[in-house]
Design a protein around this ligand. Structure first.
Ligand SMILES: Cc1cc2nc3c(=O)[nH]c(=O)nc-3n(C[C@H](O)[C@H](O)[C@H](O)COP(=O)(O)OP(=O)(O)OC[C@H]3O[C@@H](n4cnc5c(N)ncnc54)[C@H](O)[C@@H]3O)c2cc1C
Length: 419
């Protein structure tokens, strides 16, 4: 691979793409998990890729986040051929328990419900990002430029020119397509004038890591409280990740408590099923928003991951939607390239938009509905949601449908996940 990050300037490879007037077939802006997954997913496409990430590699890895990784995402990583590098450092969950405050009806899903070995996984940020960084370094089709920043883009009918700041110098590359994987604020989406719809939630999210006294038994808990959903996810080394949603002021006050008081509050909501909890490291607070871009594509531009949509963290969907976006986009681009079509053409890119926009909207709506239904004590709503829980528990077809929807097995499955 072109080890661009080790040199002071980078030179685009002299490929057939170059001879046709382009330096790369596509430029991916953002080397977070979503951008790196797209670069990896294109390994057999025959397309040349420039991947540009603003943070230095070690800083990009060192993010105190962890994610539920759904079954479809695992299948996509298997298809790429990187799953065996990820699996040893993440934890499987084999049981999911969903409950509403102290209401005794608990819905419980197990592997037997869908005849799989695991229901899903929980991965810390570095357990996904690091193997992906290493993978793209071994890919001859990818030039990985890091740290470097895309500062300007000009769209033309036949190509897109991209100004990149790298090692204090500006360079310009020509490409057929830009893919924005540059996160929820997406300067590229904004500069292209793509509007978004959505809202900021009245809640913030506290994320913390704890070590329980007893085994976590590979169980994921989603407990709905009137202040917001509260999730406990199993991690390697018998640790757990807490995702605790509460109204802004309450979340800020909880974060300001000292460790002992915070643990007492946590234990009060968490119950005693895993014994005493030990707090590991710092707590982080995140704003929560729902956002859907009006368009995922323009001529020579595609948005993926958080650049295209954001959702409430209930159910751990956000990153998984981004992974599904890139598997879909990789398939569309690879098929178009094989037929000799122009991969930056809006008509080609609309195939990706048609595939992903509606599926993402369904999940955005589902997470919003869950949050609104459960984050209140209005009596008729309490009655309806408890009836819903009762039905989910008693009617197998509803129970299995909701599980499959949440873990990605209900939409169109990309070819990468079918290998
Ligand atoms: C509290 C909380 C809990 C969550 N839990 C889960 C969960 O359990 N499961 C789940 O699936 N999702 C979860 N999510 C959502 C998940 O965190 C995001 O969906 C995911 O991190 C988005 O990844 P991304 O690669 O699209 O964007 P980012 O991670 O934001 O990456 C964007 C990258 O682009 C780079 N960049 C930006 N601009 C430029 C530029 N001009 N030039 C070069 N590089 C640039 C940035 O440096 C960055 O590395 C959660 C979110 C929150 C807030």
């Amino acid at each position: 691979m072109a080890q661009a990050q080790l040199t002071q300037t980078f030179n685009a490879p002299q490929t057939s793409t170059h001879q046709r007037g382009y330096d790369y077939d596509l430029v991916i802006v953002g080397g977070g998990i979503v951008g790196l997954t797209l670069a990896s997913a294109l390994k057999d496409s025959g397309l040349s890729v420039l991947l540009v990430e603003a943070k230095v590699e070690s800083a990009a890895v060192a993010k105190g986040q962890a994610y539920a990784v759904h079954m479809l995402s695992a299948l996509i990583y298997q298809g790429i051929g990187i799953w065996d590098k990820i699996l040893p450092n993440i934890e499987a969950y084999r049981r999911v328990r969903l409950s509403d405050a102290d209401y005794p009806t608990v819905v419980e899903w197990e592997t037997g419900d869908i005849n799989t070995q695991d229901l899903g996984y929980v991965a810390e940020h570095q357990a996904l990002l690091y193997p992906l960084q290493e993978f793209v370094k071994d890919c001859s089709h990818v030039t990985y430029l890091c740290p470097a920043q895309v500062v300007n883009i000009q769209y033309q009918q036949d190509m897109v020119t991209i100004d990149i700041k790298f090692a204090d110098q500006m360079q310009t590359v020509r490409s057929k397509l830009v893919v924005a994987a540059d996160g929820s604020r997406s300067p590229i989406r904004q500069a292209a004038g793509i509007k978004t719809r959505g809202w900021k939630y009245w809640q913030s999210c506290i994320v913390a890591f704890v070590k329980p006294e007893k085994s976590h038994n590979n169980t994921a808990y989603e407990k709905f409280q009137s202040s917001g959903p509260f999730a406990i996810l199993p991690l390697p080394g018998n640790r757990c990740r807490i995702v605790w949603t509460a109204p802004h002021e309450e979340a800020k006050a909880l974060c300001a408590l000292d460790d002992e008081q915070f643990l007492a509050e946590l234990q009060a909501r968490y119950g005693n099923q895993m014994g005493k909890l030990e707090l590991l490291g710092d707590r982080f607070i995140f704003q929560v928003q729902l956002m859907q871009s009006d368009r995922y594509v323009l001529h020579r531009l595609a948005l993926v991951g958080d650049a295209a949509h954001n959702c409430h963290p209930v159910g751990g969907q956000g990153l998984n939607l981004g992974i599904r976006d890139v598997a879909a986009l990789a398939q569309v681009l690879q098929e178009a390239h094989a037929k000799g079509e122009d991969i930056g053409n809006i008509q080609i890119l609309k195939r990706y938009e048609r595939w992903r926009k509606r599926e993402n909207l369904t999940i955005l709506g589902f997470t919003d509905l869950l949050d609104r239904m459960f984050s209140n004590n209005i009596l008729p709503v309490v009655v309806v949601r408890r009836l819903g829980l009762w039905i989910m528990r008693r009617v197998p077809v509803v129970k299995i449908f909701s599980l499959k929807l949440m873990i990605g097995l209900k939409g169109r499955v990309p070819k990468l996940a079918q290998q």
